[in-house]
Structure formats: C-alpha cells, structure tokens
Design a protein around this ligand. Sequence first.
Ligand code: C2E
Ligand code: MG
Ligand code: MG
Length: 564
Amino acid sequence: SDGIVISEAKAHTPLVYVNPSFEQITGYTGAEVLGRNCSFLQGVEKNQPELEKLRHAIKQGTDCTVVLRNYRKNGSLFWNELRLSPVENDRGEITHYIGVQTDITQRKAAEEQLFHQAYHDALTGLPNRALLMERLREASIKSKGQPDYLFSLLFIDLDRFKLVNDSLGHAVGDMLLIVIALRLEACLSPGDTLARLGGDHFVILSENITTPDDAAALAESINRQLQPPFCLQGHELFITASIGIALSGSDCSRPADLLRDADIAMYRAKQAGKGRHAVFDTAMRDRAVALLHLENDLRRAVYELENGISQPFFLLYQPIISLATGTLGGFEALVRWQHPERGLISPTEFIPVAEESGLIVPLGKWILQEACRQLHHWQCQNPNFSSLTCSVNLSGKQFLQPDLLETIDSILAETGLNPDNLKLEITESILMENTEAAIATLSQLRQRHIRLGLDDFGTGYSSLSYLHQFPCDTLKIDRSFVKSLGSDPTHQKIVRAIITLAHALDMDVTAEGIETTSQLEQLSALGCELAQGYFFSPPLSAIAATSLISSSQPSCPYRPRSCS
Ligand code: C2E
Ligand code: MG
Ligand code: MG
C-alpha cells in the first residue's frame, strides 16, 4: 500500500519510477509525473520545517524520514511520511534516491483529535486546564525574559449556577454553560485564551491587560455581556459572575500560584456580593492562609469533640427578658471556641468557616444537644421555670440537612426537653434562598411545637411577600437598628414598622443588643415583647446562668416531662 518513487541523482532529480500505489495515493498517473521533481507534491508549501531535514540528508548522502504536507491531484491535503534512501553504484557514487511514501492522513487526524481532546473541554470546546497551564507557563517564561511583558488572569465563577443545575436539571445547566462560553468569547481580544476549568469556572489569560484598570474594564464588560437574560427551553435565566483578577508581576513565581491568586480574588469578589470583581493583593493570600489554618484547627477541634478527646467548645447563655413582666423568659445559647494557642475565638470568626467546611453539621448538633441538656437540667433543678426557653442558632447548612428533623427528634428524646421550650433561630437569608424547602421544614418543626425565630431581621434581603408564609413565632430585630434608635429617627420608624409587621403576622418581637435605658424605653413603648442585650446581661457561663435562675422570679409553675 505504500507509494514507491525512484529519482535520478542529477540536476532536478527527475522521477524515473513510481509504483501503482503512488498513483493511487496521489491521483497522478506515472506518465504525468515521470521526469518531474517530486517537490511538486508540496504545492505552494515550500517552507515546511521538515523539508530542511530532507535537504540536509540529501546533501550528506544519508537516509532520512520526514513527514510532509503533500497535495493530491484533486488538491486535497495528505500527510506523507517519506523515507528516503540514496542508492550507490559499485564505485560508491549516489545515482538514485528511493522514496517510500506512507499516507498517514488518518493517523494524523486521530492524533490531532487526541490532542484536541487532551487540551479541550468536551462540553464547550474551549481550552481546558491543561492547555491553559501550558499557555500560562509560556507567558511566565516570556515575562521572565522581558520584564515589561505583562499579562493577567481572570478567574470567573458564575453566581448561583448550582441553583440552575439543581432546579432545571443538568441538561439545561450544560446548555447554559455553552451559551455563556459564547458570550465570554465575545469579550476576548486577539491572543487571549478563554479556558473552562470544569463546573462553572472559566479563566481568561490576557496579554492585552497590563493594569488593574484594564482588568477591571474587562471584568465589567464580561458582566455586561452576561446581563441580557438567557432563554433556554422556555426558561429565562439571569446570570452574573464573580471575577478574580491576578496580574503578572514581580512575585508571581509559578503559573499555578497565579491561578490560585486569581481564585482567591474571585472568592473575595463573591463574598462582597454577586456580579463583582476583585484584584488580588498579597493581604488576600495571607487571609486565605490564615483561614486555612483556622479550618484545620477547627477540624481537629470538632474531631476531638466528637471522639471525647477534649472539650474545645462551650456555650454561653444570654438572658432574654420578657418586657411585660420584667422576668427572665429564656436564654440564647451562644457558642465559644477555646483555641489551644489563640485563646477564645468568637463565633463570628469561626462559624462562617464551619459553614463553609461542613463542620457546622457535627458542631451544630453538639450545640443543640448541649443547650437542650442544660435547659432540661435547669428545669429539673428549678421546677418553677416551666416556660423558660432556650434559643439555639441554626446555620444555613444545618437547616438544609435532610436529617435535621430526625436529629432534633432524637436530641429532644435523649435530653427529655419539651419541644416548646426550644426555640430555633434562623436568618432570613437562609429562608429566602430556599423558600420552598424552608417552608416545608419550618412547618414540620411547627408541628412538633418547636418555636421559630427569625434572627437579625432587617439586615438580609427579605421579600415581604414570603414573610407571611414562614410559620415563625418571633422576629428578632437586628442590633444595628436598636443601636441607632436614639440617634437616627429613620431607624425608629423602621423599628416601629418591623414591630407592626410582626404583630400583623402574629409574631412577637425580640430586640437584641439593648445597651441603654433609652433604647429599652423606646422598644417597650413600641410594644416589643422580649429584650436581650448588655443592658440586662452579657452572655453568661452556665454556672452564672444557674445562679441567675435561682435568684429570679419564676414566671409560671413547672411540670417537667421527665427528670432523672
Ligand atoms: P446572633 O445570633 O445575632 O447573636 C447575638 C450576638 O449579639 C451575640 O454575639 C451576642 O453576644 C451579641 N450581643 C448580645 N447583646 C449585645 C449588646 O448589647 N451589644 C452588642 N454589641 N452585642 C450584643 P456572639 O455571641 O459573638 O455571636 C455572634 C453571632 O454568631 C450570632 O449572632 C450568631 O449568628 C452566631 N452564633 C453564635 N453562636 C452560635 C451557634 O451556636 N450556632 C450558630 N450557627 N451560630 C452562632
Ligand atoms: Mg441569634
Ligand atoms: Mg441576631
């Protein structure tokens, strides 16, 4: 099946023989080609790199194998793997060349396809991580050689893409990724590389961007491109992207580091809200490293807690006062972490890390157990405090655990606490993001007579149209409103409106963060039922809370379910 050609080793090296396979491969008959130099097969491509090798071998009188782009008589391209050997006469002079030609077009196509597959994303056809890293390496090398050569990386993460995938299915999710890839491509300049790293992560490597301002302009143009809705299978979808930007510069040593920096900046952009961008700076990396340490330490602490090795966490209890009677209504349990080196760590620092890492699930379970156990213990010790409640904060992750209800049931059964003494505090944003599922869970908690409180009310983005669907017992006015009650008349109006709204929806109101008499008086006058804050008491240790209960007036008699 190989073509065979023989040329004479004299001026123009004319062909003197071709075999039938040559005729078949090239489409030329012997009569058409004999006497011609074989180079006509290259068409106009006389500068192929492999030709240099061929000419050199001919000059040296040695064998060689080259791969050439050749053209058939009908003009179509074929890849010719040519092995050429000189033939000598008995005096050692080269008289002829014999060439064996293999048509490797199919092999080449398969190789190219393999190469494409190895370096491209199957869904969008865009370069993949491997190709991006390759290009990034090239750019890094170039920038080391030329100090004024600059480039940048944009790490693009779609906001709430998971929601699309989960609600409309992966087929729609895939389609969306494809059309987003097209819109992103429309933002590119020549020479830019747009890659998809998998999931909803895209990266642009751009040599046309050299200042943070250029990068910010590109980021903004990307979000502008994404602004018009995507219409897929009858759904109208709005998508924004969070974009992290890393610029090449003095300290970007390895390509992988630059990608990581862009990723860190993206994370920062996402935290600042959706549809934003952030340019990496080294403080972000320090923060990311500190967070990583915190997460590791937290992991160890939760492990030690679960395995009874140590007790790194404890609860404080902040009294909640009933304003009508001035008596102790209950407590809010607030977790603390006793870090072996850093000392006491605030929940505002470690709860978000626990959320992110999933550690909140076992930790939150322990908090719930501990708070229920403690309250039941107090009730057993003080039989007159039947209506004392304990409020426990539930994080979003915890609230969305499929086995939340089972966990709560078993904790109530274990500790013997009455469900109506337990109050769960959830923030409005958790409910707003998962409305349907949230309503279902809230209703089931309601059926068990567990009380529900909406925490930090006024700080999230509530949709009032949903509010009446959430079966909650209490609204907790965020302390930021309470704080500015005296100074800012608009806040007084807002607080009044919140209290009116809560009462209209059959909820009572707890004001948190009360620090002054004036705040207390205003809230009392506005009809707020419950109050919590340093004015009454800071969060107390279990021991201090125990003595507070013993010295307090009970609100009503107590009939415990089971006291051991
Ligand atoms: P939160 O649920 O809104 O808790 C009220 C926070 O306000 C507590 O801070 C409390 O110490 C503080 N506070 C109470 N009275 C006053 C006051 O008069 N003035 C001021 N400035 N602050 C006051 P803490 O204990 O640092 O907790 C902060 C947040 O951490 C909580 O906000 C809650 O979102 C979260 N958190 C605390 N414990 C837990 C927990 O066990 N589980 C979960 N998931 N989150 C928790
Ligand atoms: Mg709370
Ligand atoms: Mg709160």
